[in-house]
Design a protein around this ligand. Structure first.
Ligand SMILES: [Zn+2]
Length: 316
């Protein structure tokens, strides 16, 4: 199918840009001929042209189930078209979000520029003037999956998901990609310079992530908690400070250098260590992040869908 091939090509391009997608994060979809093609959980958008990463679902049955509040919508596995899908692929945790928006193409990305505002207490007010003139909505943080679907109101082209990322939707794929470019340009933030003459930091068993060196305030803000789901799921809560490390955490932060990543991290964890550096380097000294509460962290880490994502082949 032509739409799917085009979506795969564009998804691979988006997935190759770490400022838009990290590891198995993000997901894309197209609705065509009564089928919703959506990225499979745990698969990497970057691999969209190398291997099957999309699952087919019966859109009419899924839409009806959503209207009825059918609990099968939590995983959506009951609506998979096995005749069209590769075996052993499970629909994305965000499948209901993709089904619920009326536009043909829906792209959900963990855009770093967007996240750097979406994690702020006053993010909505900061973003509003920058996205002026666009059809956009701010979506207060809610657990991904069914709760997020239930919170989003169709009618916009752009959704900024607090403490999470970005969703754009359009009937033409070119238009959807254009929205991503527009949002990225309007929300672009300068990197906050690390202090000059950075001290030498070395630690056995760790190497620097491919990310910007962090200023002292960025280290302080990044270490204080978790503020988007994939950080928590892949790296655990918050990040360790170099002066108070206990054990061998996945990531250690120190001023003047990029995040230190433990040498045995999986590719997915390493991508999240880079993302932490990319996001934190954009935070200003007076920014006030909204960290996940203990309850929000519990809900994310005890959710079956995330446990699956953590252990799926794409994450290894
Ligand atoms: Zn997401």
């Amino acid at each position: 199918m032509n739409d799917l091939a085009t979506l795969a090509r564009v998804s691979a391009e988006l997935g190759g840009n770490r400022l838009l997608v990290q590891a198995a994060g993000g997901n894309t979809s197209v609705k065509a001929d009564g089928v919703l093609w959506v990225k499979a959980s745990g698969r990497w958008l970057a691999k969209a042209t190398d291997e099957p990463i999309f699952v087919a679902l019966d859109l009419a049955r899924l839409t009806r189930a959503l209207t009825l509040g059918d609990p099968a919508c939590e995983t959506c596995e009951a609506f998979v078209r096995a005749d069209l899908s590769s075996p052993n692929l499970r629909p994305s945790v965000e499948t209901t979000l993709h089904a619920g928006l009326p536009q043909r193409f829906v792209l959900h990305l963990h855009c770093v520029e967007t996240i750097s505002y979406a994690v702020l207490v006053d993010g909505a007010a900061r973003v509003a003037p920058l996205l002026d003139g666009l059809k956009w909505q701010w979506v207060p943080y809610i657990r991904p999956g069914l709760p997020l679907f239930q919170t989003i109101t169709p009618g916009a082209d752009i959704y900024v998901l607090a403490n999470h990322g970005l969703v754009v939707a359009a009937d033409a794929l070119d238009a959807a990609v254009g929205l991503i470019e527009t949002v990225g340009r309007r929300l672009a933030r300068p990197l906050q310079a690390a202090p000059s003459g950075s001290r030498r930091v070395e630690r056995a068993g760790y190497r620097f992530a491919d990310a910007p060196a962090l200023a002292p305030h960025a280290v302080r803000l990044a270490a204080a908690g978790s503020y988007y789901p994939d950080h928590l799921v892949f790296l655990g809560s918050g990040a360790a400070l170099i002066d108070s490390v206990v054990g061998a955490p996945p990531v250690i932060l120190a001023a003047g250098v990029p995040p230190l990543a433990r040498e045995d991290l999986t590719p997915a964890q390493l991508a999240m260590a880079e993302c932490l550096g990319d996001v934190a380097a954009r935070l200003a000294p007076d920014d006030r992040p909204r960290y996940f509460t203990a309850q929000e962290e519990h809900d994310l880490t005890h959710w079956d869908a995330e446990k699956y994502r953590l252990t799926s082949p794409g994450s290894a």
